[in-house]
Design a protein. Structure first.
Length: 335
């Protein structure tokens, strides 16, 4: 089959697909989910076979990087079958990277099998090194289990990047501890500005907003910070901490526009293709796939969607009102 490249109207090549494989999660991080969540009925979700067909179609159309996310991807039943099946695209060379973002709770069990499927890097979300605080943020998370998961991933040979959501009044007192710990362990650490997703109260979100410019400033008070040019094609910018040798990244979706170099689209667990994290426009790929035996309709729908990928998003906190706010929860779109 030919491999048409996915080029959007702004000449950006779409080579990166993030796939949410479930909206469910064993945690309830307060910035991400409500405590009482109603999850989608099973029949709404793409089956593992459908996920395979969908991802394989994207790979055939030029996607070279797949990131599996959720919800918590590793709580999806049978998910290792999907990883095993995707590894054939790594072997063929069509796919350059298969990776995932996880809360780490299941990594003790899955780190080694993931490595065997060709996964080499993993993003693990952890906002604090304090077990009690961890319990408060995640509501149901077990800190020791996540730490054991991190150790297992390290031992399996997976390169680890930690993601921490920057939350004023919650983990701002741990900046230096986390930088030191990550540096010592040889993990990159990326700080993410809290985004206006889901239905957190407006007042809360503005209160919690800890701008990354402030983090950069605080870092310099304690560490020797060196800028490094590392363009991953993603929204993160990085610095190196001279004392630890470790890298610290910043993802600033609200204060910095990274849309010009955007090479990604997002598939939800129900087969909706979102063209931009900050826009509502989506294509229903599930219908295009379920209603037809062959992949022609699916391919046509993907091409049509890419042809309307917007130039950028509209998040803006600058006037202290939340503009461009999205109503979807992060676990649905995938972070
Ligand atoms: N459950 C997995 C995890 O936590 O890594 C994968 C899905 S989670 C939605 C992906 C990432 O989104 C996590 O790093 C999480 O911290 C981040 N996230 C969730 N809600 C967010 C929000 N409102 N603002 C910024 N980041 C958020
Ligand atoms: Fe679950 Fe990840 Fe959302 Fe936390 S951030 S509730 S771990 S999906």
């Amino acid at each position: 089959m030919s491999t048409p490249q996915l080029i959007d109207p702004f000449q950006r090549k779409v080579s990166y697909l993030r796939v949410s494989v479930t909206d469910r999660c064993d945690f309830r991080c307060y910035y991400c989910m409500a405590e009482e969540m109603t999850f989608l009925p099973k029949k709404e979700l793409l089956t593992l076979e459908e996920l395979d067909r969908m991802c394989s179609t994207f790979v055939n159309m030029g996607v070279t990087k797949l990131r599996i996310t959720g919800g918590e991807p590793l709580v999806r039943k049978g998910i290792m079958t999907f990883f095993q099946s995707m590894s054939r695209h790594l072997k063929s060379g069509a796919l350059k990277e298969l990776t995932l973002t996880t809360n780490g709770s299941q990594l003790s069990r899955f780190a080694q099998p993931l490595y065997e499927c060709g996964v080499r890097r993993v993003n693990i979300s952890i906002d604090t090194l304090n077990a009690k605080k961890f319990g408060k943020i995640t509501k149901r998370g077990d800190f020791a289990k996540v730490m054991a998961g991190i150790d297992a991933a390290d031992k399996a040979g997976l390169q680890i990047k930690l993601n921490a959501v920057a939350l004023k009044g919650t983990n701002d007192d741990e900046l230096h501890d986390m930088v030191e710990w990550a540096g010592q362990r040889g993990f990159d650490l990326t700080w993410i500005e809290v985004m206006p997703m889901g239905d957190m109260g407006e007042a809360d979100r503005l209160d919690q907003y800890w701008p990354l410019s402030e983090i950069r400033k605080q870092l310099k008070e304690r560490w020797t910070v060196e800028d490094i040019p590392l363009n991953t094609g993603g929204p993160a910018t990085y610095v190196r901490i001279k004392e630890t040798g470790g890298r610290v990244g910043f993802i600033t979706p609200l204060t910095h526009n990274f849309c010009e170099s955007c090479n990604r689209v997002r598939l939800t667990c129900t087969g909706q293709l979102f063209l931009c994290l900050g826009q509502e426009d989506a294509a229903d790929l599930r219908a295009a796939m379920r209603d037809h035996e062959g992949n022609e309709a699916l391919i046509a729908e993907i091409k049509a969607a890419i042809a309307r990928k917007p130039k950028g998003h509209d998040f803006d906190y600058s006037r202290q009102v939340i503009e461009g706010e999205m109503t979807r929860h992060m676990n649905h779109t995938g972070g």
